[in-house]
Design a protein around this ligand. Structure first.
Ligand code: ZN
Length: 383
C-alpha cells in the first residue's frame, strides 16, 4: 500500500518551558530546531484558547476561572456548605467530589474545579470555562478554533481527549496513525504540569518525565513513518514553570482594612495574582493604598494590561490586577492552601515563564508567541 504523503503532528506538553527544553535532552536528533516562544499573561485557561484561536485574551475572553457575577452565579447552593466543618471542606478529595457534582448538575463540559474557593464567597462568582474549548462553540467570544477549520473542511484529524490520561491519548493516536487516514493530529499531554507544581522545575522528577516523553514520541514517530512519507512534528508548551521556594500572604493585609467582602469589594486570589472588583466608593483607594506599599508584587497598569492583550471590554475579570513577583507563591489563595514547589502565571517575559517550541521543519519564521501557533497550524492544513 502506498504511503500517505504528509502528517502534521502538533504535540502540546503543558508547562514544558524553554528553560527545561534547554537543560534536558529531548529528541535532539529528531528536532533540530528549538526555540523559546513567548507565553501570554495568565494560566493555561488563558494560554490554551490563544493557541487554538490565534487570539489574545481580550479577543477570546478567557482568563482565570472565577469572575465576579452574583447575578449569574451557579453556586448559590454552595452557601450551605459553609456550615460543614472545615476539616471536611478543606480536603482536596471532598472538593473534587463537589466539583464533579456541580459540573454534572450544570452540564459543564469544560475543565471544572472549585479549587479552594471559600464556600461563603462562591455564590458571588461565576465560572468562565463552562464549555469544552476544543469543541464547536467552546470559545467564550464565539471565536473559531483550528478545530472548527478542520471540521468544516472535512480534513481527517486526531484530537486528544484532554480529560483522559496521557497513556490513553498516546494509545488512541497510535491506533489512528496505524490506519493512516488522519492528516493532522493534536496530541495533548498535561501531566508534567502537575509533576512540576509538586516537585518544582529543578527536580529529577521533571527530567524523568521529559525522558519518558522522549521515548513515547520516538515510538509514535516510528508508527507514523510506516504510514506517512513526511511527518512534520511540532512540540510546544503553553508556559514554563517557576520555582516557588517561598509563600507570600496577601489576604490578611486586605482583610485588615475592615472592608466587607461582597459589599465594598470582591476579590479572587489566584496563585500568582489578586483580582479586585470595587463595589462601593472608597474601597479602591483603600485597597490601592495597601497594594502600592507591597514590594512583593505590583499593580498592573492599564498600559501593561493592553500590552499583554488583557484589556478586556468589561470588568468581568477584575477592575484591578495585582501580580506577584516571580518565585513567590500567593498562598493561601482561593486556588490552594498548601505549598507548591513550582508555579506559573507570572510576568510572561520572565525567563522561567517562557514556553518552548521544537520542530523538524525548517521554518522561515518560527513562531514568536503562542498566538503564532494558530497560523502555523493553519498553514499546515492549507498545504
Ligand atoms: Zn499548572
Amino acid at each position: 500500500m502506498a504511503k500517505k504523503e504528509k502528517l502534521a503532528l502538533f504535540t502540546f506538553i503543558d508547562a514544558f518551558g524553554y528553560e527545561l527544553l534547554k537543560r534536558e535532552p529531548f529528541l535532539d536528533d529528531l528536532l533540530p530546531y528549538k526555540s523559546p516562544i513567548n507565553t501570554i499573561f495568565g494560566y493555561s485557561s488563558t494560554c490554551d484558547p490563544t493557541i487554538i484561536t490565534g487570539l489574545m485574551p481580550r479577543e477570546h475572553d478567557h482568563f482565570s476561572f472565577f469572575a465576579y457575577n452574583p447575578e449569574k452565579s451557579p453556586f448559590a447552593l454552595c452557601r450551605f456548605f459553609k456550615y460543614l466543618p472545615k476539616s471536611i471542606t478543606r480536603r482536596g478529595r471532598v472538593r473534587r467530589l463537589m466539583s464533579r457534582f456541580i459540573k454534572r448538575l450544570y452540564g459543564y463540559t469544560g475543565y471544572f474545579q472549585i479549587y479552594n474557593m471559600p464556600f461563603d464567597k462562591l455564590p458571588m462568582f461565576e465560572y468562565t470555562e463552562k464549555r469544552d474549548l476544543y469543541q464547536k462553540g467552546g470559545i467564550n467570544s464565539g471565536a473559531r478554533t483550528i478545530f472548527d477549520d478542520l471540521r468544516d473542511q472535512n480534513i481527517p484529524f486526531y484530537l486528544s481527549e484532554w480529560w483522559k490520561s496521557e497513556e490513553h491519548n498516546l494509545a488512541t493516536l497510535t491506533e489512528d496513525l496505524k490506519k493512516g487516514e488522519i492528516e493532522f493530529a493534536y496530541l495533548y499531554m498535561a501531566h508534567m504540569d502537575a509533576i512540576l507544581h509538586e516537585h518544582g522545575p529543578e527536580a529529577k522528577e521533571g527530567s524523568e518525565k521529559i525522558k519518558w516523553y522522549d521515548q513515547q514520541m520516538r515510538k509514535l514517530l516510528e508508527v507514523a513513518h510506516e504510514q506517512y512519507e513526511t511527518v512534520n512534528l511540532y512540540v510546544f508548551s503553553d508556559h514554563g514553570m517557576t520555582a516557588t521556594p517561598e509563600d507570600y500572604q496577601l489576604i490578611p493585609q486586605i482583610e485588615a482594612l475592615g472592608l466587607k467582602f461582597g459589599e465594598d469589594y470582591a476579590a479572587v486570589y489566584d496563585s500568582t495574582m489578586a483580582r479586585f472588583w470595587f463595589l462601593k466608593p472608597g474601597a479602591e483607594a483603600a485597597i490601592r493604598g495597601v497594594l502600592e506599599k507591597e514590594t512583593n508584587g505590583k499593580i498592573l497598569s492599564k498600559e501593561k494590561m493592553h500590552e499583554w492583550g488583557c484589556d478586556f471590554k468589561t470588568n468581568r475579570y477584575g477592575d484591578l490586577f495585582f501580580l506577584v513577583n516571580p518565585g513567590l507563591l500567593l498562598c493561601p489563595s482561593f486556588l490552594g492552601e498548601t505549598h507548591l514547589a513550582g508555579m506559573h502565571g507570572y510576568d510572561p517575559n520572565d525567563k522561567d515563564s517562557v514556553a518552548s517550541f521544537a520542530t523538524n521543519v525548517d521554518l522561515d519564521t518560527p513562531p514568536k508567541r503562542l498566538d503564532d501557533l494558530f497560523g502555523l497550524m493553519k498553514k499546515e492544513i492549507e498545504s
